[in-house]
Design a binder for this molecule. Structure first.
Ligand code: RP5
Length: 174
């Protein structure tokens, strides 16, 4: 992580959520966006969570990302404590495979929005990328990096299609 002051705060309900939430950190690192990451639970450490979120803005945090599994109230509780934008990542942590967390996060009552991503690693990566997009609205350099990233992704798809054509020919299917 960069030595610069963190712009994004990532919370997760348990250290067991780390493998998934690391994807958010990797996305931020890819764009050189400094972040911090803590374990704090809506249910097990409500005071710690509230204190962290209440102090986030004055510490320079612009976006918060909350990942949790089960009856996942973390993102909602975080959003209730701040007017910073909050991105939610539902985690597959129970026999309901993340559907419980997804519904808990996405079904927020009117007035307290959270931007809920997909369940699991893709959702965590998109949470990081979504935070980058938000920061890019006031950062031209970041916007340019995002444009390059999109172009690289598009080029990657074309390459995959080219490889597929070779494979089809090699297998005598076309
Ligand atoms: C949630 O409960 C956490 O976010 C985690 O995904 C789930 C289970 O927590 P552990 O019992 O694994 O610590 O609060």
């Amino acid at each position: 992580m960069s030595e610069k002051k963190p712009l994004v705060g990532i919370l997760m309900g348990s250290d067991n959520d780390y493998e998934v939430m690391a994807e958010a950190g990797r996305a931020l690192k890819q764009f050189e966006v400094p972040f911090e990451m803590i374990v704090s639970s809506a249910h097990r450490t409500p005071e710690r969570t509230a204190e962290y979120v209440r102090s986030a803005r004055e510490r320079g945090i612009k976006v918060l990302i909350a990942g949790a599994g089960a009856a996942a109230h973390l993102a909602g509780v975080v959003a209730a404590e701040t007017s910073l934008p909050v991105i939610a990542v539902p985690i597959d942590a129970t026999s309901l495979r993340g559907l419980d967390a997804l519904l808990a996060m996405v079904q927020m009552p009117a007035g307290i929005p959270v931007a809920t991503m997909a369940i699991g690693p893709a959702g965590a990566r998109n949470a990081g990328l979504f935070a980058v997009r938000m920061l890019a609205t006031t950062d031209l350099q970041l916007e340019q990096k995002l444009d390059e990233f999109k172009q690289e992704m598009a080029a990657g798809v074309v390459k995959k299609s080219d490889r597929l054509q070779e494979k089809l020919r090699a297998e005598g299917l076309v």
